[in-house]
Write a protein that binds this ligand. Structure first.
Ligand SMILES: O=C(O)CCC(=O)C(=O)O
Length: 302
């Protein structure tokens, strides 16, 4: 049995009935079959990642997500890079209609359990021809002291076809629980050519072990926050866009003091188990975005 955040139904309802009233605070219970096999869960735990080469969302739902994204991209302020559409859900709560879709939660639940928090999302859209590289990194290194324990599963949902040619994601298997276990040492890199401003030192990674995560549109990969990953620039003629959805069990503790008013977490399904506070998915938070823009500390973070 799963308890689904009523915000999901609210946003779905709001799409169809724009004048619908605010969602109720009662969780709705449904049955939710797991979408991963036991072998896939074992692979994720052992290797630190998984390729899910099957459609994630129903076709019409994927089409409406893509339509929504194209609108956001079209309205991107001049000078902003499409790789850097970070935390778009803070300004566009309509995105919860897809972020909380049971079809996505049923992929994460076998790994994290039924009580799920959405930690963050990011559209990483590399334009054709000059799409920036994503330097080798561990997400955990950016989120140190914000999440305890560091157990985050990212769904990387392909909005475009993502291949070696247009700079698909790459992972170095098993680095989530070997080597520096998610907390390597970093060197600065050129932010004009890289999505982030630092990269794991060359002596702390073995790139020759890389695995390319090629995906068709509406397929996804999953990765552990501690795994070493990155991607090449997009010099091809095809855009490459993925939407990262970062989930935790609600039993993890989010350290709000470290967010400094520039981040917040949402209850995606079930109930809170960690004494956390959750933001309201029925409204936008322009004040949080304004604080992020004002703060240099978050420049280059994700
Ligand atoms: O989109 C990419 O190439 C990299 C994604 C990434 O770094 C992440 O999801 O944490």
């Amino acid at each position: 049995m799963r308890h689904i955040n009523p915000a999901y139904f609210y946003v779905i309802q709001r799409e169809a009935f724009p004048s619908a009233s605010r969602y109720s605070s009662v969780m709705i219970t449904t049955t939710a079959p797991s979408r991963l096999t036991a072998e896939e869960v074992d692979h994720y735990r052992r290797e630190g990642y998984l390729k899910f080469n099957r459609p994630v969302l129903p076709e019409d739902r994927f089409a409406s997500l893509k339509h929504c994204f194209e609108g956001l991209l079209h309205n991107l302020p001049a000078g902003e890079r499409p790789e850097s559409m970070d935390v778009p859900h803070f300004l566009h709560p309509e995105l919860f209609a897809w972020a909380f879709d049971p079809a996505i939660l049923q992929i994460v639940e076998p790994i994290l359990g039924p009580d799920l928090a959405l930690f963050s999302t990011h559209f990483i859209c590399k334009p054709q021809g000059n799409g920036k590289r994503v330097p080798w990194h561990e997400d955990s290194a950016y989120w140190k002291d914000q999440i305890d324990p560091m157990e985050v599963c990212t769904v990387w949902l392909a909005l475009d076809s993502s291949t070696r040619l247009n700079g698909c994601m790459m992972v170095i298997p098993r680095t989530h629980n070997t080597g520096q276990r998610g907390f390597s040492a970093y060197d600065p890199v050129d932010p004009a050519r890289n999505v982030f401003a630092t990269e794991i030192r060359a002596d702390q990674r073995d790139d020759s072990r890389r695995v390319y995560l090629e995906l068709a549109p509406n397929e996804c990969s999953l990765h552990d926050a501690r795994i070493i990953h990155g991607s090449e620039p997009n010099t091809s003629t095809q855009r490459r866009c993925g939407w990262t959805l970062r989930f935790c069990s609600t039993s993890v503790k989010f350290n709000e003091e470290r967010f400094n008013g520039m981040h917040q977490v949402y209850l995606a399904s079930g109930r809170d188990l960690g004494g956390n506070r959750y933001a309201d998915p029925s409204r936008a938070y322009p004040e949080v975005i304004a604080k992020r823009i004002a703060s240099m500390r978050y420049k280059g973070a994700h």
